[in-house]
Design a protein around this ligand. Structure first.
Ligand code: F6R
Length: 367
């Protein structure tokens, strides 16, 4: 049932282009004019009325919410708060009828996320669930649900569910922006056209990065620590990359907004320390490139994930993965793929139990 792959995780990484196609299927009009989210019971008027969004989830699902914050704030121009479910449920969160609470859960059964649904509803908020498992508890208790249609995810480390969560957030952000008229129709059409390209671009990046990481995962496997840096959306993805590496290959990995390094962490950068630098955000590219130079000057071995190999600094990197050209806001799905493959090949190199990492369970139904 692994369809010829050594592990479910690798199979699921390879299924991502197909999973993405399912997530957008029927949800983008043929003329690229519209995002269609028929399953929402919330009317356009109700959606337009929200001036604040709260996203609550755990682990990888929480990381999808961090990407969503950038997207929604950029496109919809309303503030988005993102919280970890186990924090949210115990801290008397500031939500009310005026807040749309979005919970994200692949399994739909995570205990803390379910408790967050109930907490939000008790406070009078309407809850929209984003989930993979049809009929699971969280979608049943939520007021609205959008399914991500990633298909069954068996490996403990989430891959295709994460990128499909991102895809659903892209759809939702564009839909909200159209309803609120916070972006021009022209811009919406451009974004929709770019979204339709993402599945093919995902297939391309799997191919490119797999070849590279098969070769040099061994370099990473020798280390105990790795760092992930990026700015903006790249930082949100860096957090997910670091989690994958910790979870399945047992390296200690930490991720930082690139501009934060000099406020402490730079002290840890020494000869040969592996750093994964995400530099796909054009608006802060120069800043990120100079942070890359800072770690290189201290001897770090840098793997760059970039939009354009032409930059000078990129020539000096130890390894480079180039992301196919897309709108800056939409890069995250593509950027995370090399990070998943890096974690996978490092784990294989170290002989770790990739699909069943120690101490972890696929669905966390107890606190
Ligand atoms: C990491 C991972 C976990 C889950 C988290 C939430 O790879 O899979 O961090 O994302 O346990 O699970 P769901 O999405 O089922 O609520």
């Amino acid at each position: 049932e692994k369809a010829g792959y050594d592990h479910f995780m690798l199979k699921e990484i390879h299924e991502q282009p197909e999973a993405l196609r399912r997530a957008i299927s029927g949800r983008l009009s043929i003329d690229n004019q519209e995002v269609i989210l028929d399953e929402l019971k919330l009317s356009s008027e109700e959606l337009a009325g929200y001036e604040r969004i709260y996203i609550v989830a755990c682990g990888t699902a929480y990381h999808s919410g961090l990407v969503a914050k950038y997207l929604i704030e950029d496109l919809v121009k309303i503030p988005v708060e993102v919280d970890i479910a186990s924090e949210f449920r115990y801290r008397d969160p500031l939500v009310s009828q005026d807040t749309l609470v979005i919970v994200v859960s692949q399994s739909g059964e995570t205990a803390d996320t379910l408790a967050a649904v109930r907490e939000a509803q008790d406070k009078g908020a309407r809850v929209l669930a984003i989930s993979n498992v049809v009929g699971s508890t969280i979608p049943r208790e939520a007021d609205d649900v959008i399914y991500i249609h990633a298909g069954p995810e068996i490996a403990v480390a989430s891959t295709k569910a994460y990128i499909n969560m991102l895809m659903v957030f892209y759809l939702l952000a564009i839909r909200l922006a159209q309803i609120k008229e916070s972006i021009s129709q022209e811009k919406a059409v451009e974004l929709i056209a770019d979204l339709k390209n993402i599945p093919n671009q995902a297939a391309q990046i799997i191919k490119d990065s797999e070849e590279l990481f098969k070769e040099f995962a061994g370099d990473y496997a020798e280390h105990e620590n790795a760092f992930f840096i990026g700015r903006g959306l790249d930082y949100a993805v860096a957090l997910e990359g670091a989690l994958k590496l910790k979870e399945i290959s047992y390296l200690h990995a930490a991720s930082y907004p690139a501009g934060e390094l000099k406020h402490g962490t730079l002290a840890l950068i020494e000869e040969d320390v592996p750093v994964v630098a995400l530099a796909t955000q054009k608006s802060v590219l120069d800043k990120t490139l100079s942070n890359i130079q800072e770690v290189q000057a201290r001897g770090a071995s840098v793997t760059g994930v970039v939009l354009n190999k032409k930059e000078e600094v990129v020539d000096a990197l130890d390894h480079v993965i180039e992301i196919p050209e897309t709108e800056e806001l939409l890069t995250s799905i593509l950027t995370v793929i090399p990070l998943q493959l890096l974690a996978y090949y490092v784990a294989v190199e170290k002989g770790c139990d990739v699909d069943q990492p120690r101490n972890l369970a696929k669905s966390v139904t107890v606190e």
